[in-house]
Every structure is written in structure tokens, then in C-alpha cells.
Design a protein around this ligand. Structure first.
Ligand code: FES
Ligand code: FES
Length: 157
């Protein structure tokens, strides 16, 4: 076993500490140490986007970031964006526009779209497509997701 490293970070506004192996990914730290299983793991090599979280506000793939790289930083997961009783505007838009089916990809999409609309509140169709291009969905055909982003941006067709 490799020597463990002490890390301390903020996750969804709460202090989290842990002793982790240097090779542990941020995704596994969130899921196994913090029990925040809303961050999903699909491909585990940076392709599907299911593991997307915000790291100091930037959307990143948590399967490609080591937990030790998040030391001293701020992480927001899907659990930090909304709760079942208090959904975020992006979550409401996905629900109302059939932006999900099985839901496996959904946390990653919601986190990516939240960052997209924060940085560009009124995206063009092309900008929405580019913003969604890092996330893969096997179910929806993307039309509902696209519609949800437009709705969340206050730009329904
Ligand atoms: S699980 Fe991280 S990109 Fe697919
Ligand atoms: S809703 Fe099933 S993978 Fe996207």
C-alpha cells in the first residue's frame, strides 16, 4: 500500500478531511469517503462526463482528478446544487422538459449546465451544444436535455 496523505477540502460547504492513497481519484473520495454517490462513474477515463463536479467553480471530471489535487480547494457535487425538496432551476428544467430517462448521466449534465449558464446565461443553440458536448447520454436522444437548457436559460422555443 502506498503511503497515505492527509487532505482537507470543502465539499458542498462542509469541511472534509481524509487520509487517502495518492492514487485515489476525487470521484472515489467523494463516493467512498464522503458517501456522496450522486457523482456517478461511467467510463472512469474522462469520456462520459457522468462524474462532473465543480472544483473551485470549474466543471471537471472527478475521475480524472486525484483527491490529493483537490486538497485545500472547494468542491461542489450534485448534492450541493439542490435537494429533492428544493431543486435548483436547472434540475427543475430537466424534470419539466424530460431531460432524463434512466438518470445515470443526469448529475453530470446538471453540473455541466449549471457551470455553462453561470458563465453564459443566454447561450446560443450552438453554445448549448458545445456546452453539452462533454457529456454522454445513452437514453434521451439529447432533445429533452437541449430543451431543458434553453428553458433553464429562460429561452424556451
Ligand atoms: S466517469 Fe468520469 S468521464 Fe466518465
Ligand atoms: S438518461 Fe439514461 S444515460 Fe442519460
Amino acid at each position: 500500500m502506498m503511503d497515505e496523505v492527509q487532505i482537507r477540502l470543502r465539499v458542498n460547504g462542509a469541511d472534509r478531511r481524509g487520509r487517502v492513497e495518492p492514487r485515489l481519484t476525487l470521484a472515489d473520495f467523494l463516493r467512498e469517503h464522503c458517501h456522496l454517490t450522486g457523482t456517478h462513474l461511467g467510463c472512469e477515463h474522462g469520456v462520459c462526463g457522468a462524474c462532473t463536479v465543480l472544483l473551485d467553480g470549474a466543471a471537471v471530471r472527478a475521475c480524472l482528478v486525484l483527491a490529493v489535487q483537490a486538497d485545500g480547494r472547494e468542491v461542489t457535487t450534485i448534492e450541493g446544487l439542490g435537494t429533492p425538496e428544493n431543486l435548483s432551476p436547472v434540475q427543475v428544467a430537466f424534470q419539466e422538459n424530460h431531460g432524463l430517462q434512466c438518470g445515470f448521466c443526469t448529475p453530470g449534465f446538471i453540473v455541466s449546465v449549471t457551470a455553462l449558464l453561470r458563465d453564459n446565461p443566454d447561450p446560443t443553440d450552438e453554445e448549448i451544444r458545445a456546452g453539452l458536448s462533454g457529456n454522454i447520454c445513452r437514453c434521451t436522444g439529447y432533445q429533452g436535455i437541449f430543451k431543458a437548457v434553453r428553458a433553464a436559460a429562460g429561452n424556451t422555443p
